[in-house]
Design a protein around this ligand. Structure first.
Ligand code: AKG
Ligand code: FE2
Length: 270
């Protein structure tokens, strides 16, 4: 498991380090709580490997589902091989990305689907497997984003909420390449952060309070080896059957599930 220095101790050294680079921000003194997917509980001061010998105060943390070994190592190699046949585009905070989805202006609430050719072929088998787990049996992804994190580029993702207007309840991520930690923070709990283990080849579903009440991010120092995250998103109620924008949603879904897509960055701009 990659190590950021804040595991098992009470103060978040990551935030402290970032604070030292920017003296104007207030010092982070959040107490780390490590989420254990085998107990569905977070433990103050714990680490991802403690189970079953946990100690420290407990914190319930609903809205996280983890399926370890969702894919095998052979499948991981195959998927990565597919991914690296397509070009990446530079993204923020040292990340690179590949997008399979509509072009969206979240501020203006505008969606353009003409650049969207569908999810990639290799996602078909993952889609079928996702739907065979109870929590995802009605999951219909309309967007896939592949994010590459590299330690030498200092890749990270700042704490954020994924959009609520277009994207629905469940955020689903397949973790490839290496382990890392998803750090959850909430302004309602200024004294704590919750560390969710993202095991290599595991699938995570973020939903409920973990989706709505907690921001998620990944610290730079938790990326110690190359990591590739594949995130699938579903539509919000407004774009689902019975919603005001049902037709727009259906159109996106029809395109997505052709599994004939090329990443948006691969399209020739005329
Ligand atoms: O890399 C990850 O696992 C998280 C990515 C993420 O939060 C996002 O793309 O919105
Ligand atoms: Fe996110």
């Amino acid at each position: 498991m990659s190590h950021c220095g804040c595991k098992g101790i009470r103060t978040c050294l990551v935030c402290e380090k970032e604070e030292r680079q920017n003296e104007t921000e207030t010092k982070c003194s959040r107490k780390i709580h490590s989420f254990c997917d085998l107990c569905n509980m977070a433990y103050e001061g714990g680490t991802a490997d403690d189970h079953p010998n946990h100690h420290g105060n407990t914190l319930e943390f609903p809205g996280i589902f983890i399926r370890r070994d969702f894919i095998s190592s052979e499948e991981e190699s195959d998927i990565l091989e597919h991914i690296y046949k397509s070009p990446f585009v530079e993204s923020q905070s040292g990340r690179r990305k590949q997008d399979y989805g509509p072009k969206v202006n979240f501020k203006r609430k505008k969606i353009k689907s003409d650049v969207f050719t569908g999810l990639p072929d290799f996602s078909r088998v993952l889609y079928d497997r996702m739907k065979s787990t109870d929590i995802l049996k009605d999951f219909e992804p309309v967007e896939q984003c592949n994010l590459e994190y590299l330690p030498e580029r200092g890749s990270s993702i700042d704490p954020h909420f994924d959009d609520f207007w277009l994207w629905g309840e469940r955020l689903v991520t397949l973790n490839l390449g290496s382990d890392t930690i998803l750090c959850m923070t909430s302004s309602d709990y200024p004294d704590i952060s919750v560390h969710i283990p993202l095991f290599r080849n595991s699938l995570i579903v973020v939903y409920g309070p973990a989706r709505h009440a907690w921001m998620h991010g990944i610290h730079r120092c938790d990326i110690t080896e190359k990591r590739l995250a594949i995130t699938y998103r579903e539509l919000s109620a407004e774009f689902q059957p019975g919603g005001e924008k049902e037709q727009v949603g259906q159109n996106l879904l029809d395109i997505a599930l052709t599994f004939d897509g090329v990443s948006v960055g691969s399209l020739k701009v005329s």
